[in-house]
Design a protein around this ligand. Structure first.
Ligand code: ATP
Length: 289
């Protein structure tokens, strides 16, 4: 790994590149995974390289869904394994989810390497090696394990491809995706789209678990049922638009005269903040107007 000084302004982003490239060296991540990372980085830049409030809300709903699921599965690909093997294992353990390796550019060698990496990070069982082509897809991601993804009711798919996301949703599975691009087919198809960097999303979700553990099933359902994925996607797109306008104004030397948004927007934002806050505080009286 290249030594990156901690005070480098792009430290986090450069370290992530190093992790992905180490994943390629270890034989876990495909070369195409480097490109996927690049696309993610570009969107992270536009989002502001931080977890926006609506993403945190989606993360909370995702945790509630994983806790409610009868057969939750976390699907792991080469990028996810390179970026956050430890957090994936921790989240699986805390929510009772099964880990399954599922690859677009599948080779048995890569599946084995990823399983080894997850086990080295504390996983007991990782599915993926006995996968059969059970999904109606033309590519390798059709291969899933019967006991795992095929029978799952809730699937957490960080860094998914749009085709499979749609197929899983069509099979009446609830799909939670992590994708920095709110415009991708994945983000548009998933039931819960977390528009955040996987490396930021997982620790936040892990931190939320103890709070959700104390909730009743009824309260958890209330959170899930009142969730609207459109709000989360619109908020991410809105954030990108705002960031672009801000940059454009900076380039043009236009001072932001009045930062106060119109009262209607303030009202809407307040409501979103309030909803997110209540989810976080395990409010059972969550109302999404
Ligand atoms: P789709 O098939 O859903 O339209 P795509 O073809 O745009 O997706 P892929 O190349 O299959 O995308 O996968 C890369 C996706 O993963 C991109 O949308 C990218 O934004 C996202 N991504 C990459 N790295 C990260 C990361 N670290 N955290 C979250 N999302 C990421």
């Amino acid at each position: 790994m290249t030594e990156i000084p901690k005070n480098h302004p792009r430290y986090e982003s450069l370290m992530t590149r190093e992790q992905i490239s180490a994943g390629v060296d270890k034989g876990m991540t495909s070369r195409q995974g480097l490109l996927a990372q690049g696309r993610g980085e570009a969107f992270d830049y536009l989002i502001g390289e931080k977890t926006i409030e609506s993403a945190e809300y989606a993360e909370a709903v995702a945790v509630a869904l994983l806790m409610l699921a009868k057969k939750p599965v976390i699907s792991v690909n080469g990028n996810a394994a390179a970026l956050a093997p430890n957090d994936l294992v921790t989240l699986a353990k805390l929510t009772g989810a099964v880990l399954e390796v599922n690859l677009f550019h599948r080779t048995e060698e890569r599946v084995k390497k990823i399983i080894e990496e997850l086990k080295a990070n504390g996983a007991d069982i990782v599915l993926g090696q006995n996968a059969e082509p059970l999904l109606p897809l033309e590519h390798e991601r059709a291969k899933v394990e019967r006991e795992g993804i095929y029978e799952a009711d809730v699937i957490f798919v960080p860094l998914e491809d749009g085709d499979r996301c749609k197929v899983l949703a069509d099979m009446n599975k609830l799909v939670i995706a992590v994708d920095l691009n709110p415009l991708s087919r994945t983000a548009q198809t998933a039931h819960v789209s977390i528009v955040d960097n996987l490396k930021r999303a997982l620790p936040k979700m892990i931190e939320m678990v103890p709070d959700f553990k104390n909730m009743t099933e009824e309260d958890l359902w209330e959170i899930v049922e009142s969730y609207d994925n459109k709000i989360v996607l619109v908020d991410a797109i809105e954030t990108i638009k705002e960031n672009l306008t801000k940059k454009q104004n900076e380039v043009l030397g236009i001072e932001e005269k009045d930062n106060t948004p119109d009262p209607e927007t303030v009202k809407k934002m307040k409501r979103k903040a309030e909803v997110a806050r209540r989810v976080m505080m395990r409010g059972s009286d969550l109302i999404m107007e």
